[in-house]
Write a protein that binds this ligand. Sequence first.
Ligand SMILES: [Ca+2]
Ligand SMILES: [Ca+2]
Ligand SMILES: [Ca+2]
Ligand SMILES: [Ca+2]
Length: 332
Amino acid sequence: MRSDFIRFNAPLLVAASFLLTACTPNSSKEKNLPSFSQGLAQQTQSDLLKCKKVDSGGVPPRITNLGKITSEDGLEWIVPANIDLENDTKASDLFNVCNDVIPNSFADVDVTNFPIHDAGGEELFTAYVFGDNYFELNVNGKLKVVDPLPFTPFNSSVIRFKAQRPVTLAIKAVDWEEYLGQGFETFGKAKYHAGDGGIVIVIKDKNDKIVAVTDNSWKAQTYYIAPLKTKECLLVNGATRNSSGCPTDDVPDGSQFYAAHWPLPIDWDAPNFNDQAWPQATTYSNEEIGVHNKPAFNHFTKLFDDNTGDASFIWSDNVVLDNIVLLRKIIN
Ligand SMILES: [Ca+2]
Ligand SMILES: [Ca+2]
Ligand SMILES: [Ca+2]
Ligand SMILES: [Ca+2]
């Protein structure tokens, strides 16, 4: 173990909770130490999505709930993420069984039917997104458009917007969960299974030319890590939040597992937010994310696997345990 990494123990947490109440986040200095919670959150909203349609594989949708949990230092956290599906502007559907939008290929999609959102500028861009499971796209700190389907069935989206370059894309990506506050879901015979995330994006200009794809030039920072078998398996050093030593196996009883939470910086989506310290995004293959059976992705491989600009899945360096990941990219 490198001595400059911080392992967590009880006396340190007392010090950490003092620090957490003593400072507020800003763009240049984020808090390093997380808040820890243990066990299941209290459910605050149930069944956010009323869609009961199964995806093409016959898999019924998972119930989409929200919860809140108090960490050991007395802070309250909304889990898995603070979203407002009723009031936020939703992305257009590329593929969404809940709305009966189920094209066989990109050739069957006419994006000119979709609304154009205003991010302050005249140049037209179109973003195509498949996210496991939920995303919010912020443009130049002026526009926020959200994924209409937070958990499953898996969907994909289109966002047309007008903006002025340089265009700062700031994305909140969330791997949803069934066990609120713990990052677990049931999966086959496994009662406690840690699900994975991953997001892939292609952005085109008005001439249908690719101007950006998800790759390792993006910045990625995690703000919610769960499930953690122990607090000690998480190593934090500056902006490095390393959970590679924490197990991701299915467990028969995950009820006492921990989660680590950090507050999102207030201005994290602003063009002038300083993301220098954030790690680069990690790329993942289609196989690693497991999209062979996801029509919301594989009906559009011409788009997401374009041989003139192949978009990779990206996330932080732990695609299983990191459940809220902020991503940033500037299009010059
Ligand atoms: Ca989704
Ligand atoms: Ca997932
Ligand atoms: Ca690809
Ligand atoms: Ca996860």
